[in-house]
Design a protein around this ligand. Structure first.
Ligand code: AHG
Ligand code: MN
Ligand code: MN
Length: 339
């Protein structure tokens, strides 16, 4: 282990330094980001033990301490909710795991912010030791008094004040943006701190990878099929072929493409008319990060951040990543009359 030097920046230091640039900042948003970072460390510790569940007792069974073992998505959801609901910084929350909005309990103060999350993304990867993540999205409340309500939650992504994700991969990383670029932190488990590892993430304009679940190919629109054939290298006059990578965990697929350059798609198909991914917990926060890193995100025709949600668990097709590649898909759909 190395001794701390002036070059080591903890997430706390970084957030404070950012805040100092804004004299009007109250520190509330910074504290909210620490709350999320704390929840992420607790979730990371639990995920690291997931492989031991078979040895120590499976979900639903009791462990050696006589406590009930929880499924990780339930645990991650509770951890985030409990890290946020009593602080006085939040007026309402919403989670992919809860059917309705999550109010602040009666005995706690109500704050200015709204937090939405996908507590455990890519959860099918847990059983095979694959990468999973947490996605979060933060808005300012729009109502002016009382507890937060659905109106505070149903805001278009362009109104986000911050968004980010945590990837529990070979290391745990937290990536976030408050609208001034994208920064990345890597968890040093030996000291329990997120340390600045990527001070300004900029995604390549053209990517090396395309990521899409091709088992849905026959159910896609003609335009989507055409564009993906382009990625195969079948249309060299239109676009250079790419390498395929698909984990089945949005966070992990997006993260690789963000750093290395690439495009992720979850298009609509004849079974999933609006795609699979959720606007509020998955698409909007990732679109915010993509744009802040110089990339872009659309549903094929509309900018994701402009979509005004009408339902809590609304789904949308997603095309996200390197700007030119997303543009290629949008142009192809337009050309094929699929606007
Ligand atoms: P979640 O685990 O939160 O339900 O999300 C899973 C999502 C997303 O992470 C991933 O991109 C997509 O589902 C994969 O879906 P397919 O298995 O249909 O490819
Ligand atoms: Mn998800
Ligand atoms: Mn999930």
């Amino acid at each position: 282990m190395v001794a701390p030097t002036a070059r080591v920046t903890t997430i706390e230091r970084f957030i404070l330094d950012q805040e100092e640039k804004y004299p009007e900042a109250t520190g509330e948003l910074s504290n909210l980001l620490y709350d999320i970072a704390l929840a992420a460390k607790i979730i990371a510790a639990s995920i690291r033990r997931a492989g031991l569940v078979n040895i120590l007792g499976s979900a639903g069974a009791t462990n050696v301490q006589g406590e009930e073992q929880q499924k990780l998505d339930v645990f991650a959801n509770q951890t985030l909710t409990q890290a946020l609901n009593h602080t006085g910084r939040v007026c309402v929350m919403a989670s992919e795991e809860d059917e309705t909005i999550i109010p602040v309990p009666d005995n706690y103060p109500v704050g200015r912010y709204v937090v939405l999350y996908d507590p455990l993304d890519g959860s099918s990867n847990i059983d095979v030791n694959g990468a999973v993540g947490t996605i979060f999205s933060i808005y300012r409340r729009v109502t002016t008094q009382g507890p937060g309500c659905l109106e505070d939650v149903l805001q278009p992504g362009c109104k986000q004040v911050a968004a980010g994700y945590v990837i529990y991969g070979s290391s745990t990383m937290l990536i976030y943006s408050t609208g001034q670029g994208v920064a990345g932190f890597t968890l040093d488990p030996s000291i329990g701190e997120f340390l600045l590892s990527h001070s300004r993430i900029v995604t390549p304009r053209v990517g090396r990878y395309y990521s899409v679940n091709e088992s849905n190919f026959a159910r896609w629109s003609k335009g989507t099929q055409w564009a993906v054939r382009g990625f195969h290298g079948d249309r060299p006059e239109e676009i250079r072929g790419k390498n395929s990578r698909y984990i089945g965990s949005l966070v992990a697929d997006f993260h690789r493409n963000l750093l290395a350059g690439g495009i992720f798609m979850y298009p609509a198909d004849t079974k999933n008319r609006h795609g699979k991914l959720r606007l509020l917990y998955e698409c909007s926060p990732m679109a915010f990060i993509a744009e802040q890193a110089g990339g872009s995100a659309t549903d094929g025709t509309r900018r994701i951040l402009d979509i005004v949600p009408t339902e809590l668990h609304e789904r949308t097709p997603l095309v996200i990543g390197s700007r030119e590649d997303v543009g290629y898909v949008a142009d192809t759909l337009r050309r094929m009359g699929e606007e």
